[in-house]
Design a protein around this ligand. Sequence first.
Ligand code: FAD
Length: 268
Amino acid sequence: MKILLVFAHPEPRSLNGALRDVAVTELRAQGHEVRVSDLYAMGWKAAIDRDDFPALPPKARLQVAAASGEALAAQALTGDVTAEQDKLLWADLLILQFPLWWYAMPAILKGWVDRVYAYGFAYGVGEHSDRRWGERFGEGRLAGKRAMLIVTTGGWEEHYSARGINGPIDDLLFPITHGILFYPGYAVLPSFVAYRVDRLDGPGFDALAERLRQRLRGLSTTPPIPFRRQNGGEYAIPSLELRPDLGAAGAMGFALHQEDGDHVDKAR
Ligand code: FAD
């Protein structure tokens, strides 16, 4: 498989840096071709702004989606963005690796998504009408590929359990797994989450590294999170509400959009 790992941590000697090295070594040992986008090392420009659209006339009002679509069509996106898009098209599997910061991905990675996921590339794909709401959530430019998250947290697993104060980890990661990965078509594998890592010692690291290696050995066979496809007949169009006869009794919120199950690896 061809694998792209997008890495978002400012310190190569961090725990995340060490886990990235474990992942790359393991994946290469399995015979996969691996490329890494190390966003801090690349000096990645995090914020999308006017500089992303050099062909936009100086006095034109910037409308990001429209400018993005026009630049994509005219092959006028900046070189750093098109290089990342080419990597996404190249890769069979995308891994996003990051420490959880304020219950979300680091800003540099969010900025990578904002800039690389251009209109017409990751969104605004397919027919948009009262009968059809685009090719997304299971369809799209990146359909047929797999993706997963590698995430570290300071909080304990219990803090992210169903009754934990932080909220369930699946819910916190839903905007990424469902909103960023499933949206443009990826089949999303269960997230690899390492909890309570801030005081990890040597033996703790060894156990975590081994759990990661084991997980990466099953990449081709691990079933994806069973998110419901937008255009599979389960949602009304154009309201995009789940049909009333679907979903467990009393289910609400994110849980409605996938079938039952625990989709996150258990932490140690
Ligand atoms: P590091 O700090 O680099 O290392 C963690 C520990 O691993 C250290 O004790 C280190 O010695 C040890 N270690 C063991 N073996 C190795 C090895 N081989 N290489 C390197 N280190 C090793 N947590 C939450 O749960 N929720 C949040 O919302 C949240 N928000 C945050 C916001 C910010 C701005 C910050 C800075 C932290 C936040 N945290 C949060 C905590 C954060 O998620 C963790 O600090 C992070 O996941 C730890 O990963 P790291 O790579 O930075 O670890």
